[in-house]
Ligand binder design. Structure first.
Ligand SMILES: Cc1cc2nc3c(=O)[nH]c(=O)nc-3n(C[C@H](O)[C@H](O)[C@H](O)COP(=O)(O)O)c2cc1C
Length: 172
């Protein structure tokens, strides 16, 4: 069957609200990072996540070489950082780290202060697709989760939401 076209697909994906992250890495003293919503938990035991990174992103080859990455889950007030790491303010490469408070956990990949949580990962596998590589990260360290509204991307724009349970059912 013929797949639907890219514009139709993008219209559909606008309905899929997603949390915004910054994926960072470090290789031989060079730092790289990009804003990403294609991030998903894979397994709990072992703790693994997957991230989809465009091969054209500057950080892509750094991740392939270093085999480490950190997933920084953004808070609602970190929109300027999301724009910076999406290249929306024209700043590239290492210079992107000029805003924000950066530290490290275990792998050396940059960890962003004020994020709701940061997952520090070793890359244990990768799957090439047409334009993106799916990297599987095993979580080797995690920052203490902070309370507060997440930064979301929905309907083609940044948004925030204060989580408000629709029922008193316990979460997973
Ligand atoms: C809200 C949002 C989500 C994004 N999600 C992804 C993603 O999941 N994977 C990806 O490769 N690029 C994603 N991008 C695009 C990258 O952030 C952007 O292409 C970035 O500039 C790549 O880094 P570079 O400029 O160093 O190449 C997203 C951009 C935005 C604004």
């Amino acid at each position: 069957m013929t797949p639907i076209g890219p514009e139709e697909f993008k219209r559909g994906m606008r309905a899929h609200a997603a949390g915004v992250t910054i994926i960072t890495t470090t290789d031989a003293g060079l730092h790289g990072g990009l804003t990403a919503t294609a991030v998903c938990s894979l397994t709990i035991e072992p703790p693994q996540l997957l991230v989809c990174v465009n091969r054209r992103a500057h950080a892509h080859d750094l991740i392939r070489r270093s085999r480490v990455l950190c997933i920084n889950v953004l808070a609602h007030d970190q929109q300027a950082l999301a724009a910076r790491f999406a290249g929306q303010d024209g700043v590239d490469g290492e210079a992107r780290f000029g805003i924000g408070q950066w530290t490290t956990l275990k792998t050396g990949a940059p960890v962003l202060g004020g994020s709701l949580v940061c997952f520090d990962c070793e890359v244990i596998d990768e799957l090439p697709t047409t334009t993106h590589t799916v990297f599987i990260g095993q979580v080797v360290a995690m920052s203490a989760p902070l309370p507060g509204p997440p930064l979301l991307y929905a309907d083609g724009t940044y948004a925030d939401i204060a989580p408000r349970p629709l029922s008193d059912r316990r979460r997973r």
